[in-house]
Design a protein around this ligand. Structure first.
Ligand code: ADP
Length: 534
């Protein structure tokens, strides 16, 4: 049903043939003219009293979620929102957050989630860079948000989600080419980048999740990811396209693995998505204390390379529960490739799978020429998945997005990831070209942290390295600076500027940083030092 409609978004025939031959493009499927708000409205009409979303002890039906999100949309429109105005949603993951997310999309606004627990300075930067027109938040203590709003040059109206009056559904529908959302990701030069995606990109990804995870009206999906991580969006809204149910699982619950497993069981969760480091903790817990996983039938693992050993350990105990390795980037609407595993793979590593619907995947050289099949190169994506770029940042948009030399008139995104084609159209992931790392799934540019360290008076040089594996993976900072610059003060400075997951657990002062023969900071030596410092 969601697939009915126009043909605009299919691949050009010639391109499709060429790429199908090489196994490079995902299946061409018309996206249709109906975007998320309309597809959701159809579900509300079909099953208004079906459960839609729950959190803690509270639950909303489709009708209630519809009504609550209409209030948000109505209030935004009444306050003067026009299409593509950016709305900052500064809430924890609650039912109100669900209403706000849907409300912004329904109103034709651009959804920009911001964690209330971020430092005030980071909230202000995001509000400014994205030129946010309205802020939605919930009552309670949001000190950082208050400070951030007070520091803005232009006043930005703040609406309280739970106080909004009843409102009719917005009359206008949203267009496929209209901007849907922005997620900020870490930026290597110090300033985070706001990656923008349009509604067609969103719906295409949601439908790929519906297909590959077999989402239907009987499915309950665990909403596990932080709201400022783009995977949180499909977790919240993809089930709502098919009449399924969403369970918002608090971060605190996830930190206690047995409690997380209890929550999955108590809510008959069929599909959950985790980052590999957490997945490893889960697998280890299940090996120690085996238990039945009830309705669980698929686990998607995403954000970092999935190791074969973990896959083996999983299938040894849970042969009936599929693993879906999902690969992609925020700039291309989240995932662009899926590897669906129902058993151990027949090669000594896990691939990132095949291109999703309407996604063209290229392996290119520095000049964007296709490398010979099977040779390593940079992974680039084209098609409906390609986002609009970084908000108000033409320079960095130009560096990452380029005209697609293979399909005139279209654009591609260079991931910065290396990979190579395997015979049947799968990709082997070969690592990064730069200093982007993942810590427990959070995407971090080392350069952004180092930029903040260098702001400190007296700091002559610095390096941040990664130590440990899996859940124990952590950042360790080193700086060359005067003895009076205490390590605790350095950490406090970073904590005031960066999200908690970007603040190194330890920062070590040195008189001088170790250098390689050609005078660069010797990161290898520092990594070894970090390991011995523990
Ligand atoms: P997403 O949009 O999927 O949440 P991010 O934008 O946070 O992802 O990070 C994208 C980067 O994360 C990719 O360019 C790649 O380096 C890494 N990544 C994501 N998924 C995988 C995976 N399944 N295997 C290996 N690396 C991955």
């Amino acid at each position: 049903e969601p697939d009915a409609g126009h043909q605009d978004l299919t691949l050009p025939a010639e391109d499709e043939t060429r790429h199908q031959v090489h196994g490079l493009a995902g299946p061409a499927r018309p996206v249709g003219a109906a975007m998320f708000p309309e597809l959701f409205a159809r579900r509300v009409r079909a099953h208004p009293e079906a459960p839609a979303v729950s959190h803690g002890g509270r639950s909303w039906t489709y009708r209630e979620l519809d009504e609550r999100s209409d209030r948000v949309a109505g209030a935004l429109l009444a306050a003067g929102l026009v299409a593509e105005d950016v709305v900052g949603v500064v809430t924890e993951r609650t039912l109100g957050w669900a209403a706000a997310t849907l409300g912004v999309l329904k109103a034709g606004g651009v959804y920009l989630p911001i964690r209330p627990r971020f430092p005030a300075d980071r909230i202000r930067t995001q509000l400014e860079v994205a030129a946010v027109r309205f802020v939605l938040s919930e009552a309670g203590s949001h000190d950082s948000l208050d400070v951030a709003l007070a520091a803005l040059g232009e006043p930005c109206p703040r609406l309280l989600i739970e106080d909004l009056p009843a409102a009719a559904a917005p009359a206008e529908s949203v267009a496929p080419g209209q901007l849907a959302y922005i997620y900020f990701t870490s930026g290597s030069t110090g300033l985070p980048k706001g990656a923008m995606c349009e509604h067609a990109t969103l719906v295409n990804h949601l439908l790929a999740k519906v297909d590959d995870l077999d989402l239907d009206a009987g499915t309950a999906v665990a909403q596990t990811a932080s709201q400022c991580f783009d995977i949180s969006l499909w977790q919240l809204v993809a089930p709502l396209l098919v009449g399924g149910r969403v369970r918002i699982v608090d971060t605190e619950t996830q930190l206690d693995v047995p409690a997380f497993l209890d929550e999955l069981a108590a809510h008959d969760i069929g599909v959950a998505q985790l980052v590999p480091s957490y997945f490893e903790v889960l697998v280890t817990e299940l090996e120690r204390r085996p238990r039945d996983l009830g309705a669980l039938r698929a686990v998607s693992v995403t954000g970092e390379a999935l190791k074969l050993d973990l896959v083996r350990r999983w299938f040894a105990r849970h042969p009936g529960i599929a693993l879906v390795n999902a690969y992609g980037a925020t700039e291309v609407g989240d995932d662009t490739m899926h590897e669906v595993l129902t058993g151990e793979p027949d090669r000594p590593f896990v691939t990132v799978g095949r291109s999703l619907r309407n996604v063209r995947t290229y392996i290119v050289d520095a000049d964007l020429r296709l490398v010979p099949l099977g040779s390593p190169g940079e992974i680039a994506f084209a098609g409906v998945c390609v986002g609009r770029g970084y908000i108000n940042d033409e320079e960095r948009t130009r560096q990452a997005f380029a005209p697609d030399p293979h399909v005139p008139g279209e654009r591609l995104y260079r991931t910065g990831d290396f990979g190579r084609w395997l015979p049947e159209g799968r990709i082997e992931f070969l690592g990064r070209r730069d200093q982007q790392v993942k810590i427990r799934g959070f995407r971090i540019e080392i350069g952004e942290i180092e930029g903040r360290l260098l702001e400190l008076p007296g700091v002559r040089g610095c390096a941040v390295v990664v130590d440990g594996d899996g859940e124990a993976r952590k950042l360790v900072g080193f700086y060359a600076g005067p003895p009076e610059l205490a390590e605790a003060d350095v950490r406090a400075h970073l904590a005031a500027a960066l999200p908690d997951y970007m603040v190194p657990g330890a920062c070590h002062r040195m008189d001088a940083l170790p250098l390689t023969e050609n005078g660069k900071v010797d990161r290898k030596v520092l990594a070894e030092l970090a390991a011995t410092l523990g």
